[in-house]
Ligand binder design. Structure first.
Ligand SMILES: [Fe+2]
Length: 208
């Protein structure tokens, strides 16, 4: 693969680190700072692996073609190394296909991932236009930071529209759901606390 894709992957890790550092600075989340440190440490030292083709690759590429945020640009330029999967490969047994078809996930950091870490997860998230990821919760503490598009994010009883650099934080077991409209959504995500996927559960959802 070209040098530029490898350089872009290094940049992606650094851009993700910078966004999680902002989370730590603005909200005081220590785990966000720890995640940023691991990403920063991995940048330039982690040899990326060529991704296997995934059904949603063309949708992601089309979305990122006009991306402007530096993190989204880095994601676009390192696409050969971004392994998109159903539910980032960790929640397949907990999310019905009818729900998970709304999105694709990527995990760059976590147990057994490219950036191997026992207690922190992080990656990229893509959600199709005009789709709904219904209400769910889990014990892991979670943050999404938008890098392209817009979406309505439900956190408990509150629904808020977020655009690029919108930061959405879910405390442990906070119910959450995401809706897109005419454009897809791209975000980075992280998990801390109890990152065992087995606490994940879909919830009754009158909007689903
Ligand atoms: Fe979540």
């Amino acid at each position: 693969m070209s040098q530029s894709s490898e350089k872009a992957f290094e940049t992606l890790l650094l851009e993700m680190a910078q966004l999680f550092e902002l989370e730590q600075q603005e909200l005081g989340h220590e785990e966000a700072g720890e995640t940023a440190s691991v990403l920063r440490e991995a940048a330039g030292k982690t040899e990326p692996i060529l991704a296997k083709p995934y059904d949603y690759d063309h949708l992601v590429e089309k979305t990122l073609a006009s991306a402007q945020h530096p993190c989204a640009v880095a994601a676009r330029d390192s696409m050969p190394f971004i392994q998109w999967e159903n539910t980032a490969g960790i929640l397949d047994e907990y999310i019905p296909d009818a729900v998970s078809s709304a999105f694709a996930g990527n995990q760059l950091m976590g147990p057994g991932s490219l950036i191997d870490h026992p207690s922190l997860r992080a990656g990229l998230y893509f959600q199709c236009a005009n789709s709904y990821y219904a209400l769910h919760h889990h014990e892991a503490v979670e943050t999404y930071i938008m890098i392209d598009g817009t979406g309505d994010w439900t956190q408990g009883d509150v629904t808020t529209s977020y655009g690029v650099e919108g930061l959405i934080h879910h405390t442990s077991f906070m119910p959450h759901a995401f809706r897109t409209f005419d454009k897809p959504l791209m975000a980075i995500w992280r998990w801390s606390g109890n990152i065992d996927p087995s606490t994940y559960k879909m919830l009754p959802d009158e909007n689903g």
